[in-house]
Design a protein around this ligand. Structure first.
Ligand SMILES: Nc1ncnc2c1ncn2[C@@H]1O[C@H](COP(=O)(O)OP(=O)(O)OP(=O)(O)O)[C@@H](O)[C@H]1O
Ligand SMILES: [Mg+2]
Length: 239
């Protein structure tokens, strides 16, 4: 697979055209950013780790009935995906209070949510991905009402797969962020990545953080946490 022109460079990945207009190559970089790129870092193996974790999970999500953009892993850092038009609405699913949810609502981090919380954010770096509701997305033409219903349905399906998957590997899935896109025929598919950059993972025994919060909050041991998450994701269920 030869990679064509670079179409986009984001904070964590680059997107390239291919000879087939319906397919892109996504390259995972070693760079990490937080707080809307105000904080920057980089470590060897970060891109490979996130690529491997995503490439391991996506085929299983497909098998669980969630359409995705994933076609296959091409190399350590690259994967081949279906080209989509990204819906500029990020879908956040929360199982346990943390991060911006805790801050905004004054709820202690770690508080169990008795019902899954699905939130929408406008995908805009310039605005810092602000929280929106469905009416806002519809009114501003970012997504249609049926698309939003589908995003919620698929996000909850992803949750239904991931929560027991991680639990069986000694990891609590606290929350996660998904991106979706549409194919040329309008089908909504899961796009982007699922990795320690986009999920909060806490060790089931110790509640130790095993995700990008180690980088955001200068907790140390970032590389080890990502490597350990790769081992757990690709390893067998423990129970
Ligand atoms: N299948 C796909 N087709 C088209 N674009 C995609 C696809 N999958 C992911 N993307 C987009 O590619 C980009 C990946 O880059 P990266 O994750 O580094 O972006 P980012 O820095 O997080 O910036 P952004 O805020 O735009 O996501 C994202 O904008 C993502 O929405
Ligand atoms: Mg991104």
């Amino acid at each position: 697979m030869t990679r064509g022109k670079q179409l986009y460079e984001g904070k964590a990945k680059r997107v390239y055209a291919t000879a087939n207009p319906a397919e892109y190559v996504v390259e995972y970089k070693d760079e990490a950013t937080a707080f809307n790129a105000q904080k920057r870092g980089e470590w060897a193996g970060k891109g490979a780790t996130n690529n491997a974790i995503t490439a391991h999970l996506y085929p299983q999500l497909e098998a669980a009935g969630i359409p995705t953009h994933f076609i296959g892993q091409l190399s350590e850092r690259e994967q081949l995906v279906k080209a989509v038009s990204i819906i500029p609405v990020e879908v956040v699913v929360r199982n346990v209070a943390a991060g911006s949810f805790s801050k905004r609502l004054g709820v202690e981090e770690g508080t169990l949510l008795t019902h899954p919380v699905v939130e929408y954010c406008y995908k805009s770096d310039a605005l810092g991905d602000p929280l929106i509701n469905d009416d806002t997305a519809i009114a501003l033409g970012w997504a249609t009402e049926p698309q939003l219903r589908r995003l919620r349905e698929l996000a909850l399906k992803v949750r239904a797969f991931l929560v027991p998957y991680f639990e069986a590997r000694g990891v609590r899935l606290i929350d996660f962020k998904l991106e979706f896109g549409t194919l040329a025929d309008g089908t909504v598919v899961l796009a982007d990545e699922i990795s320690p950059d986009t999920c909060r993972f806490w060790d089931a025994e110790t509640n130790e953080k095993m995700d990008k919060d180690r980088f955001r909050r200068d907790l140390g041991g970032v590389e080890d946490a990502y490597a350990e998450m790769l081992r757990r994701v690709t390893g067998p269920a423990q129970r």
